[in-house]
Design a protein around this ligand. Sequence first.
Ligand SMILES: *Cc1c(COP(=O)(O)O)cnc(C)c1O
Length: 609
Amino acid sequence: MTNFGLDIWSNKNFIIEDGQIKLNYKCMPSLLKITEDIRDRDIRGPILLRFPHLIKKQIRSLYWYFDKAIKENNYKGNFNAVFPLKVNQFPYAVEAVTTQGEEFNYGLEAGSKAELILAMSKTPNGSNITVNGFKDKEMIFLGFIAAQSGHNITITIEGLGELETIIEVATESKIKVPNIGIRIRLHSSGSGVWAKSGGMDAKFGLTSTEILEAVSLLREADLLNNLTMIHFHIGSQMSDIAPLKKALREAGNIYAELKKMGADSLNSINIGGGLAIEYDQHTHTKGHNYSIEEFSSSVVFLLADIMNTKKVSHPDIFTESGRFIVASHAVLIAPVLELFSQDYQEQHLRIKDKNPPLIEELLELNQLLNNKNCIEYLHDALDHMESLLTLFDLGYIDLKDRSNAEILVHSIIKKALYLKSATPTDELERLQEKLQERYLINASIFQSLPDYWGLGQNFPIMPLNHLDATPLRAASLWDITCDSDGEIVFNQDRPLYLHDVNLDEEDYFLGFFNVGAYQETLGMNHNLFTHPNEYTINISDSDYEIINEVESKNILEILSSIGYDENEISNKLKTDLANSIFITEQEKNDTLAKLELYLNQNGYLRTTL
Ligand SMILES: *Cc1c(COP(=O)(O)O)cnc(C)c1O
C-alpha cells in the first residue's frame, strides 16, 4: 500500500510526487510545504486545512452530471442544489460553498432555528433555502420572515401539526407565506450505517393518509398554491443505489398523484442527500458501489419515466447533498509526537566487555543477517529471546542484558521484515502485527474524527512525506486525550503501515483526509481539546496563499465556554504564584510571564521540532 489507496479515495485530488503528497491542482503545492509555512508562524498543534477549489470541483461535477442526464433524457425540469448546514456550519466552510457555488445559485438547507438564521443571513439573494426538521411556531414564523425578506424559501413539513401551525401563522399575520414542501414517509429504507431516515418506522415524514389530509387542509386554508415540493431523504452515505431508486418511484408517483388531484403549483422533487464519497484505503472494503454519473442518470431517468407514464410535466429536481460536497475539502494534519518503540534503537545498546553468550550470539545474528539467511536467523533470535527472558526471571542476567536482548531482537525482526517486505510469510505478518508501532499524534480523535470514535468510520490516513520509501511499521495511532478510546487500532483487514522515522531529527506529519463533512460539527471538547487552528488555502497557477486563520480556543477561552469565570481562574493562579516564597522577584516575574503565556495558548502539545 505504498500509495495509501490514493487511487481509491482521493478522486484525483492529490498526487504523490518526489516522495510527497501534493495537491493535484494548478501550482500543485505539497501538503508538507503548506504545513511547514504554517508552523513557521509558531503553530505546533494539529491544523485543519480547507481547500475551496475541492468544493467547487464537487459542485461542478454534481451539476455537470445532472445536466448531462437532463439532456440525455430530454428532461424538462431544472436541477437545483442546496447545502445542508448541519454537515458543516463553520464560517469558512459555508463561505466556500456559497462563493464556489455562486455560478449555480447554490442555496442552503436549515434543520434548526439557529441554522435557519444562518441560512437567512448567508444565502445569496435569489438562491434557495429549504427547511427540514422539527419546527415550532417560532421557527415557522422565521420562515415567513425569510419569505417576506425576499428569500426563495421552502418549509418542508415533517408532520400535520406543522402544517396546522403554518396555516395558523398565515391566518394571524399578513406577511408573505413561504413555499411549502411535504416530506414523505418512505416505505422503502436506505442502505449503509446511517440508514435510519427511511422505512415505515422512520422518524420523519407523512404517511399517504397524512399526505391526503395535508392537501385537504391546504385547500381549505386556500394555501394549496403554496405547496411546491415533495421531499425525502433516505439517510447519509448510501452504500448502494437500489434503495434510492425505490424511494424515487415512491416519491415520483406521489408527486404525480398530487398533481392530478389539483396541486397545480407543485413543481419540485427534493431527493435529500445521501450521495456517498469513498473513505476507504483498501479495495476490498470500499464503501459504495455507484458513481455520481450513475446516481444522476438514475434520478433523472426514473423521474422522466414516471412523469411520462402518468402524463405529468417534469418536476424540478432538488438535491441536498452535504457529504459529497464538502467531505473532501478539509484535511487534518497532525504531527507525530512519539514512536513508542524508539527506545529500541541500536544507539541505546549498553554492550558490556563481557556479555552472556546468548547476547553475543544475538549481536552476531544482527550483524550477519541477509536476504538468504534472514528467516533462519529470525527464528534463532526469537528462540534466544525466550531463553533470555527466562534467564532474567531466574536472576541469571541483569536488566542491561535484558534491554540489550530486546533491542537486538527488535532490530533483527525489523531487518527481516524489511528484507522480505515484497514477499512476507504468514509468520512475518503475524510478527508485524505483534510489533505494532504506536504513533502518538498531537490531536484528539474525539475532536477531529468523532465518527471514528462513534461509528467506526474509517478515514484515509497517510504521511505527508517519505512516500518514496516503503512503509514497514504496522501502525496504530494514539491521540493525546487520556481516553483509551482515543486510539485508531491496527487492523489486519485494513492495515496502516507507516515509516520508521527518528523524530529527534525530523518532523513526521500524518494527514487525515475527507474530514470536511460532519467531523467538525460533531467534534467534542473531550479533555478540553478544541477545534484545531484552521486555514483556507487558495491555490493559483504560480503560488498559493494561506488565509482565514482561525485560532484554536486558548485555555482560558475553553474554560469560559463551559461556564467558568476566566478572570477568577487567571487571578487565582497569578495571586497564588505572586504570594509564594523562596524565589527572587526576578524569577517570580519571569514565571508569571510564562503562566500568562500558557493561559493564552491552546491545550495541544508543543513538543515537536
Ligand atoms: C443530513 C441531511 C442531508 C445531507 O445528507 P448527506 O448524506 O450529507 O448528503 C440532506 N437532507 C436532509 C433532510 C438531511 O437530514
